[in-house]
Design a protein around this ligand. Structure first.
Ligand code: CUA
Length: 327
């Protein structure tokens, strides 16, 4: 392989490396994503056709060369410009507009009996509340397959955009306004989404994970979430619970059925069941959690979560054990 080709391949691999984890819009697993994918394929097909035709004409013109002096051929060339330069592009754009308007108007149709979930974009994480229940979580949304979902999206800071490509289109979260994202997920699975509107320093670390379950599994998850939180069982988790209430933690975070009812940071009632820490910045392991508690701003610069350098290591370990036990 030539050095230049190799450099190009490496550059492409680096540029697209970040695209690997989030799902693709052309492998839809939800009702709205399917409509969007159909539109995408039609536009892609038209673009390919235009590319092939124009490319062929350029090659043909280059091979044929210039011919002069025949007025009848100039007339033909003028007709060619009118048809190829105006009429055909007009038809193509009208088709694209028709397809786009048609699929856009089919999106977000309200459905009776939809499961309502309130999602708020925060700096830089997602607050998730199941309407009519006491279930609050963060950065992970559990939903049942086959049921209509009505996400009500808002923000209490800047504009974010909620986007899980395999399930539905992008929808902005705008302060002072509630936007609806309605869709139905087709099959169980885990779908990764990202914030799709630049929102500041940690825009890149604002992942949302949608866990689609069978209706039975979702019902069991919901029942478990609604039941009373389990009290700490081991000596270390008990110690962790005491540290949590004693230190600043409880002033910013809520853990249901405890004295902690802070509203600044994410609700931690089911923290141990979440796959990541800091909306995707670290995998959720006890070691990473200790690192996060010790110095969150170092891991995620700009986060509101302060550092706890003065906290003894054994207190941090106990805190991590306690939080990981909340499932
Ligand atoms: Cu939130 Cu970008």
């Amino acid at each position: 392989m030539h050095a230049r080709t190799l450099a190009l391949v490496v550059a492409l691999a680096v540029l697209t490396a970040g695209c690997g984890r989030a799902g693709s819009i052309v492998s839809p697993k939800g009702s709205e994503a399917s409509k969007i994918a159909t539109t995408w394929w039609i536009i892609f097909g038209l673009a390919c056709a235009v590319y092939l035709v124009v490319g062929s004409l350029i090659i043909y013109a280059a091979l044929r060369g210039r011919r002069r002096g025949r007025s009848s051929s100039r007339l033909r060339e003028n007709t060619f410009i009118w048809v190829g330069g105006l009429l055909i592009p007009l038809v193509i754009l009208l088709v694209v507009a028709g397809v786009t308007v048609n699929s856009t108007s089919a999106l977000r149709a309200p459905a009776a009996g939809a499961l309502r979930i309130d999602v708020t974009g925060k700096l830089w994480w997602w607050d998730v509340r199941y309407a009519g229940t006491n279930v609050v979580t963060a950065n992970v949304i559990h939903i049942p397959a086959g049921q209509d979902i009505d996400l009500r999206l808002t923000s209490d800071n800047v504009i974010h955009s909620f986007w899980v490509p395999e399930l539905a289109g992008k929808e902005d979260t705008i302060p002072g306004q509630t936007n609806h994202l309605r869709f139905t997920a087709n099959e169980p699975g885990t779908y990764l989404g990202r914030c799709a509107e630049f929102c500041g320093l940690q825009h890149a670390h604002m992942d949302i994970i949608v866990v689609v379950e069978t209706p039975g599994d979702f019902g069991r998850w919901m029942a478990r979430r609604q039941s009373t939180s389990s009290a700490p069982e081991s000596e270390e988790t008990t110690r962790g619970a005491v540290v949590f209430q004693r230190e600043a933690c409880a002033g910013c975070h809520t853990i249901r059925d405890t004295a902690a009812n802070g509203k600044v940071g994410p609700d931690l009632t089911d923290f141990g069941s979440r796959p990541t820490i800091g909306a995707g910045v670290l995998d959720n392991t006890p070691e990473n959690l200790e690192r996060w508690i010790y110095d969150a701003p170092d891991v995620k610069p700009g986060t509101v979560m302060p550092q706890f350098h003065s906290l003894p290591a054994k207190d941090i370990a106990a805190l991590a054990a306690y939080l990981e036990s909340l499932k």
